[in-house]
Design a protein around this ligand. Structure first.
Ligand code: UPG
Length: 382
């Protein structure tokens, strides 16, 4: 299959591009490299040193003989996107190319507007490109479990059957996102669903949980293929942050009570889920939603696990229940369905002490790169 991985230079996109290439697909990366520029804006970095995109794909070719073509440019430049579609003629378009940090979107008006313009308009351009240039191309779009929020009922996969005043219908599951970033994904979902309906496009929305981990079989093959690992208060996500904090003997930053519960998956499952979606495309006109996660944990449970593994490695860290910089429910019901990807063959890599230990070791190897000023959260919702 000819597959474009948009956002293929990023934390999820890069390992996905390598994995799909290894599986024999003809992969092209489309990326505007903005994530690297945002590191400069935030005076931050990846704990793991990362090579340039050019070095990365050259090394992959040297090791495997497989070529990954690169298109450096922006989804919001329609002429560029037109060229990419005309030249590459994709069968599937995997769309990771969005601003993905909730705190970044909450910095101020400018960052909220950037996030929503970049994400919503970029995605709309992709929808038009598919309609006009590759109508059979399957859009595999990264959504988020954060679209649903934390309702007091079970979270279904995209749709819910509702009975109202004696009548029944299956409707999109209600959305209660918790940041301007998460809202951008809700807006995307609506636009995609509408495009499927009016133009007959085929699309899968992958409502992904929080991704932890770093390495995959492919990124481990050479240091030049390293994946990035974020730890700062803006781009670092819960578990990865706690592991980084343990490595530098910093208190684990649990926001509030830590009872807030979220869905999680290992990066090794992210790449497989995308493959499953690509190999089992949605029907023309179908807007399909998969909940892409394998387990859920409260933030406190994660901190406890990291604290325990760190202790076994001789590192003593405390858990700091700091004031929550976000506006979010801390005490809530959480139960979400995730059967569709499992039914199509996903075999989860679960969160074991071994997984935490492995990551901890990698971070310890690079801990001199951690910029300590960036560890505490700097963005508040209010
Ligand atoms: N949290 C802490 N301490 C920290 C960091 C986070 O308690 O140091 C809490 C936070 O308050 C929240 C939860 O952990 O309740 C999850 O936050 P985080 O790990 O930052 O994830 P999200 O903000 O939900 O976003 C990530 C990705 C996003 C993706 C989403 C999937 O950045 O792109 O859509 O996970 O759920």
């Amino acid at each position: 299959m000819k597959i474009i991985v948009a956002g293929g230079d990023g934390f999820c996109g890069w390992p996905t591009a390598l994995y799909l290439s290894k599986q024999g697909h003809d992969v092209a990366i489309l990326d505007n490299l903005v994530r690297r520029k945002i590191d400069n804006e935030l005076h931050s970095n990846s704990v793991t040193p990362i090579a340039t995109l050019e070095e990365r794909v050259n090394k992959w070719k040297e090791l495997t003989g497989k070529e990954i073509k690169t298109f450096v440019g922006d989804l919001n430049h329609h002429d560029f996107l037109t060229q990419v579609f005309t030249q590459f003629k994709p069968d599937a378009f995997v769309h990771f190319a969005e601003q993905r940090s909730a705190p970044y979107s909450m910095i101020d008006r400018e960052h909220a507007v950037y996030t929503q313009t970049n994400n919503v308009m970029g995605n709309l351009n992709v929808l038009y490109a598919i309609k006009e240039l590759a109508p059979d191309c399957h859009l595999i779009k990264l959504g988020t479990m954060g679209e649903y929020g934390t309702p007091n009922i079970d979270i279904e996969e995209g749709y819910i059957e509702i009975e109202h005043k004696g009548r029944k219908d299956t409707l999109p599951y209600p959305k209660q996102p918790g940041s301007f970033y998460h809202l951008s994904k809700v807006h995307d979902s609506h636009n995609i669903q509408f495009a499927c309906k009016i133009w007959g496009i085929r699309a899968t929305d992958l409502n992904q949980g929080i991704v932890y981990g770093l390495h995959t079989e492919e990124t481990k093959q050479d240091p030049v293929l390293n994946n990035r690992l974020d730890y700062d208060g803006v781009y670092g996500t819960a578990l990865n942050r706690f592991i980084n904090q343990a490595a530098i003997e910093h208190d684990l930053t649990v926001y509030g009570s830590g009872k807030q519960t979220r869905a999680f998956l290992n990066i090794e499952d992210t790449v497989r889920c995308v493959e499953i979606a690509a190999e089992n495309p949605a029907e023309p006109g179908e807007f399909r939603v998969f909940n892409q996660f394998t387990e859920w944990f409260s933030v406190k449970e994660l901190a406890d696990k990291v604290q325990k593994v760190a202790k076994e490695e001789g590192i003593d860290v405390s858990i700091d229940n700091m004031e929550n910089p976000r506006v979010e429910a801390e005490d809530h019901y959480y139960s979400a369905v995730n059967t569709k990807l499992r039914d199509l063959g996903l075999e989860p890599h679960l969160l074991t002490d071994e997984v935490i230990k492995d990551m901890l070791q990698t971070v310890i190897d690079h801990k001199d790169r951690v910029i300590k000023d960036n560890v505490l959260p700097s963005v508040t919702w209010k």
